[in-house]
Design a binder for this molecule. Structure first.
Ligand code: PHE
Length: 334
């Protein structure tokens, strides 16, 4: 009887090795493990074994049955996972990962940096949190100037505030290095205004400062005209209009012809054909002095423009709030 058990075990092992697929394994199960299978038949024969041999034979039989059952279970597990592999179709196209795009404000800043780098400007940055001195006093704002009013400025304390423009970095740059200086200064600025399609409490500016011996207003104009032609195309018309800033003298606003309606009149140019794009001027002697430069030896120009507005004109965006809402349906278009 023990001899028979060993034979059946060998037979099972051999057939298991030869079972290549699920069908063969099923045949194996029926032959050995089913209710009328070879192992069950051996258990039937156990009745005829003499009583003194029964414990040994019973033990061997039990071992055979549990060995065969677990070997079969294992084999079927492997066969299952192997047939799962077959369902992996390597010829299917992959799932594309969505690629992000840079924010339209970032893209516009990058383009402006490139244009001004081509005209010899480096890049400087300053802090968003400023003090009254850099944001106002050093820029020649008189003590009672309305721009210091709580209406426009987010004050953190009496002397600390969120910068209302990038011009305070002019002072920081001049203090940090001797002339000549030629930099652009991109950054965020903050104003305490009601949020609407046209204005926001946060926006971006790009400032330019160029100081050297004999820097003239015509150099400022030449720089701006070259810039405008590079950003908006060479067919765009421009004009300068005198204005006032405490930190420049003389000062001018620059306008370009509305390329959206070709000066026929549209909501973007408010039906007058011109778009104001930046403020500019010759750096005020007091500002040069606060920067540590001698205004009798050096002169300079500066200008500052809103980036949201520049991007708005490039992309035809009619609501400044869209830039700050992080709506991917908006952002995906750029
Ligand atoms: N700082 C001014 C503004 O915020 C812009 C400006 C910068 C004007 C430099 C002249 C020179 O409106």
């Amino acid at each position: 009887m023990l001899e028979q058990i060993r034979h059946i075990r060998e037979e099972f092992e051999r057939e298991l090795r030869e079972s290549a697929d699920a069908k063969a394994l099923e045949a194996l199960r029926i032959k050995f493990l089913a209710r009328k299978g070879l192992i069950a038949q051996l258990f039937e024969q156990l009745r005829t074994v003499p009583p003194d041999e029964k414990p040994g034979v019973g033990k061997a039989l039990n071992e055979l049955r549990s060995y065969a059952q677990s070997a079969y279970d294992e084999a079927i597990g492997q066969k299952k996972s192997r047939s799962a592999d077959v369902r992996l179709d390597l010829t299917l196209p992959g799932r594309p990962k969505p690629v992000g795009t840079r924010h339209p404000i970032t893209q516009t800043i990058e383009d402006l940096k490139r244009i001004f780098a081509g005209m010899g400007f480096g890049i400087a940055y300053g802090p968003d949190i400023e003090d009254d001195y850099h944001n106002f006093t050093a820029l020649n704002f008189p003590p009672e100037h309305p721009a210091r009013d709580m209406q426009d400025t987010f004050f953190i304390s009496k002397n600390v505030l969120l910068r209302t423009h990038t011009s305070p970095v002019q002072i920081r740059v001049m203090k940090a290095q001797p002339p000549p200086v030629r930099v652009i200064i991109p950054g965020r600025v903050y104003r305490n205004e009601a949020v609407s399609a046209r204005s926001h409490v946060i926006f971006h500016q790009i400032e330019a400062l160029s100081v050297d011996r004999n820097v003239t207003f015509s150099e400022l104009k030449g720089t701006l005209v070259s810039f405008v032609h590079q950003l908006y195309g060479s067919s765009v018309k421009y004009k300068f209009r005198p204005t006032f800033f405490p930190f420049t003298e003389p000062s001018a606003d620059m306008y370009i012809s509305c390329f959206i309606c070709n000066q026929k009149g549209c909501p973007v140019c408010k039906y007058n054909g011109w778009l104001e794009i930046l403020g500019a001027g010759m750096v005020h002697p007091n500002v040069l002095r606060h920067g540590g430069y001698d205004p009798r030896r050096y002169s300079g120009f500066a200008f500052g423009m809103g980036i949201e507005r520049a991007a708005l004109l490039r992309y035809g965006i009619d609501d400044i709030r869209l830039y700050f809402e992080n709506d991917v349906r908006f952002l995906r278009q750029f």
